[in-house]
Design a protein around this ligand. Structure first.
Ligand SMILES: *[C@@H]1O[C@H](CO)[C@@H](O)[C@H](O)[C@H]1NC(C)=O
Ligand SMILES: *[C@@H]1O[C@H](CO)[C@@H](O)[C@H](O)[C@H]1NC(C)=O
Ligand SMILES: *[C@@H]1O[C@H](CO)[C@@H](O)[C@H](O)[C@H]1NC(C)=O
Ligand SMILES: *[C@@H]1O[C@H](CO)[C@@H](O)[C@H](O)[C@H]1NC(C)=O
Ligand SMILES: *[C@H]1O[C@@H](CO)[C@H](O)[C@@H](O)[C@@H]1NC(C)=O
Length: 579
């Protein structure tokens, strides 16, 4: 009986997958929304009202993916996809900035822009690798035919002057492209990774898809110039669609040191991250890299695919890590797009922001990563206020006064007497995304243990607010902790994208405590639950809760009283130099 049932069930699943796949193949690739008429409309004046003050951003116009981050001769380099002519996607070049501390930046000349047959229609994303002798090299995707094909090849660029620590000028040699698509789909073949050196070969990945199977193709080279495709991809997964911006790197199991991409040895796991073009979210697994077979196998504790772990459960995409040899850490950069309309962007004169760089470590459980804002951010902290041992009863909210609430860093730990009042987790929700559960069980739905947390970018009377909170449920085996960053009531303006972003937090609650840090920056709310186990970034555009009229509160809408064990909040100053 069970067998028959499961067989029918399998047929059903296969059928639905088939329907899904066939629908998708006829669909349009969602990579870039093209607004030709706006691509070259320059910003007349840049609107500052929602512009982030301490997140990385150029003065104006459109940005997307961070590219080729690296450390060279005392400077951090960040390149990024940029439209020099307008605030919507188009005319993409590699813009370039350098920094000594990842916070204060100096904008340089454009590093790479379309000029040759191998990149005439675009210079898209890529990565930097440091070759022996401290010689940086960039791999990037060149577009060789116009829309809609946008045929993609992989190119390289090298510095014109290795003595220049700023690496101002880049050369695109004439033996480009290095890699062209053969059996791959050349319209879906992009975003080369940082290469790693292994057994006499350099190896790198290119994101792609075969029908609806997401792929990370592996290429090998002895000299970095002649690349051969490996007979099979490093990894692939059915029904995940196009894999953009793959990233593949080692993490240490018993150390808090970051590892160089080529590092090998004992007690090392690997991380494979892909940006799924269909959902526009990023997923990662932790697993084992078999160097002999050149295959990556995710651990059985890592779900591979759309239900898997994400770096961030909000606006965070096309991210890339790099190894920082100065401080022996791995740093993650991710891009957050806007949640307003294209017309708003044209009027604002800017769109897109890089989120605060995060250090990435393997959690001691081995099941997930831990992300935390780089320590350099703390130099921007100004006025500080503290709150401690304050009890918050059901329905209460208490203001955190004395800081610039529109531009702040808040770090709080909440505690509670017991887990007894946790609501039961409805088994029906097992089939929903955390985001759907947050949408159903938001901050206005009274709970048992939670919702409690912060009300960020709030107007005085709460006409507008973005709550970042926890809600703790009971399941049969243990507790399930939901973390939400809910934009639903963030603004009275119309036409905005205001999702109830959420993820679960795999945290041990035996000490009856949980922490939350939020980086608030005018239209950015970037939050880290349980010291970086779950991260969520929201983009919001309040109409009342702006600059001096923004407020910050702690709140509790659960029947179990919550204690603010500790809370530190700082006004955040803008960096002294930002492009
Ligand atoms: C190379 O860079 C160094 C350091 O900035 C500079 O002194 C030198 O003039 C540069 N060489 C050329 C050929 O531009
Ligand atoms: C190749 O990629 C393009 C764009 O991503 C897509 O429209 C087309 O269906 C793909 N072809 C195959 C065979 O997957
Ligand atoms: C998962 O893999 C580990 C070894 O890596 C093994 O000990 C364990 O039994 C596996 N669990 C399942 C459910 O397959
Ligand atoms: C708490 O719940 C009440 C009742 O639904 C609601 O009126 C109030 O807005 C909620 N507080 C927050 C901060 O969402
Ligand atoms: C950011 O914008 C929102 C609203 O337009 C879209 O729904 C997202 O898909 C988009 N995210 C990315 C990564 O492009």
């Amino acid at each position: 009986m069970a067998l028959v049932f499961s067989r029918n069930y399998t047929v059903l699943i296969l059928l639905s997958i088939f329907l899904f796949v066939s629908l998708d193949i006829n669909g349009v690739e969602s990579t870039h929304r093209v607004f030709l008429e706006f691509q070259s409309v320059p910003a007349v004046n840049v609107k500052l009202v929602h512009k982030p003050a301490y997140h990385f951003q150029p003065k104006k116009h459109w940005i997307n993916d961070p590219n080729g981050p690296m450390f060279y001769k005392g400077y951090y380099h960040l390149f990024y996809q940029y439209n020099p002519q307008g605030a919507v996607w188009g005319n993409i070049v590699w813009a370039h900035s350098v920094s000594k501390d990842l916070i204060n930046w100096l904008a340089l000349e454009t590093a790479i822009s379309p000029s040759k047959p191998f990149d005439k229609y675009g210079c898209w994303s890529g990565s930097a690798t440091i070759l022996p002798g401290n010689k940086p090299i960039i791999l990037y995707t060149g577009i060789v035919s116009p829309e809609p094909e946008s045929t993609q090849v992989q190119n390289y660029a090298v510095p014109a002057n290795y003595s220049d620590p700023f690496l101002r000028e880049w050369i695109k040699p004439d033996n480009n492209p290095l890699v062209t698509a053969h059996s791959e789909n050349s319209s879906a073949f992009r975003d080369p990774t940082t290469a790693w050196f292994d057994g006499g070969h350099w190896k790198m990945l290119v994101g792609s898809r075969r029908k609806h199977r997401g792929m990370a193709y592996l290429y090998r080279s002895r000299d970095f110039m002649n690349w051969a495709k490996s007979p099979h991809p490093l990894h692939s997964k059915a029904n995940t669609g196009m894999w953009e911006c793959p990233d593949f790197y080692p993490v240490a199991q018993e150390s808090t040191k970051g590892l160089d991409t080529s590092e090998r040895g004992e007690n090392i796991k690997h991380v494979l991250k892909v940006s799924l073009d269909e959902t526009r979210y990023e997923y990662y697994t932790i697993g084992t890299y078999d160097r002999v077979k050149d295959r990556y196998v995710p651990d059985n504790t890592s779900v591979d695919g759309w239900a898997g772990l994400r770096y961030d459960y909000g606006n965070f995409y096309a991210s890339k890590t790099f190894f920082d040899p100065l401080k022996n850490r791995r740093i993650l950069w991710g891009w957050a797009n806007e949640s307003d309309t294209r017309d708003d962007d044209v009027k604002k004169g800017w769109a897109g922001v890089q989120l605060i760089p995060r250090t990435v470590l393997l959690d001691p459980s081995g099941r997930q990563l831990i992300q935390w804002p780089i320590e350099e951010l703390e130099q921007l902290r100004g006025a500080r206020v503290q709150m401690g041992k304050q009890k918050i009863n059901e329905g209460d909210h208490v203001e955190v006064k004395g800081i610039t609430a529109a531009q702040a860093d808040v770090d709080a730990t909440f505690s509670f007497e017991s887990l007894d009042k946790a609501e039961s987790f409805d088994p029906k929700w097992m089939n929903l995304d955390a985001q759907d559960v947050c949408n159903l069980m938001g901050s206005t739905v009274i709970g048992g243990l939670g919702p409690f947390g912060l009300l960020t970018l709030a107007s005085e009377k709460l006409e507008e607010y973005t709550p970042v909170f926890f809600r703790i449920f009971k399941t049969q085996e243990k507790h399930k902790v939901l973390m939400c960053s809910d934009a639903k009531r963030s603004s009275l303006a119309k036409g905005l994208y205001m999702p109830s972003f959420a993820g679960y937090v795999d945290v041990d609650l035996t000490d009856n405590k949980i922490s939350l840090r939020s980086l608030i920056d005018n239209s950015v709310v970037e939050s880290f639950g349980a010291r970086g186990k779950t991260c969520i970034s929201s983009r919001v555009y309040p109409t009342l809760a702006i600059s001096k009229n923004a407020h910050l509160f702690v709140f509790n809408n659960g029947t179990e009283p919550i204690t603010v064990d500790s809370l530190d909040a700082w006004s955040m100053n803008p960096p002294s130099k930002m492009n």
